[in-house]
Design a protein around this ligand. Sequence first.
Ligand code: ADP
Ligand code: ADP
Length: 229
Amino acid sequence: KPLVQVQDVGMRFETKNGTFVALRDINLNISEGEVITLIGHSGCGKSTLLNLIAGLTLPSSGVLICNGREIAGPGPERGVVFQNHSLLPWLSCFENVMLGVERVFGAQEGKAKLKERTRAALEMVHMDHAMHKMPHEISGGMKQRVGIARAFAIEPKILLMDEPFGALDALTRASLQDELIGVMQKTGATVVMVTHDVDEAVLLSDRVVMMTNGPAATIGEILEVKLEK
Ligand code: ADP
Ligand code: ADP
């Protein structure tokens, strides 16, 4: 049984120019352990679909299921990494990661164990040396590493990433891609990642889902390519 099922999902937005159809009849199954990239040019609905799986928005029609349950909002089994890292600026890197760890494991685990989880996640992305720094003291690539650590630290069943390296220079991007491959291999994580970079999609994923604009230029259609590795 797939970990995530997207069934006949449609998404409409009400705008001042009327109803805008961003997604129509989307069907997609994501198996446990699979790494999928969503590609396609700007405006084809990638973020909209990812936000639906994240539970940040609800579909206009159809249903999304994760781990056997209908998605009705965000949940700890789905970790999210945003393009702009979204670290809280008044907390250190360690505290940023610890916050989520406490929320998810705080009820059943002691402080020492929670700190250990936090440190392990930061170590995994090689940020343990700078973990007590504030977000403004570190580079964009480092912030993104902390964002990834924060998402992995809660041990989500699936990791959702919206252009996680989109704002980074080419060199930093390449080293973070390597980093992510290492983390994905280590954890066997299921990943859905939005990118507009075809090279990145081929490098990182098992399956590339290309979203296209249909004849009305507003219809998200799906074309899938399975990669042999
Ligand atoms: P992508 O991530 O592929 O660039 P998005 O999913 O962000 O595309 O957007 C798909 C389309 O839906 C775009 O035309 C965008 O302007 C529109 N859209 C997204 N969110 C909203 C919203 N909240 N209100 C109105 N239109 C939206
Ligand atoms: P992306 O980087 O994936 O193309 P955008 O920067 O276009 O995403 O959109 C960022 C956010 O703004 C998304 O959460 C999306 O829902 C919202 N958004 C996009 N287009 C519109 C729109 N036309 N009206 C209102 N909100 C929008």
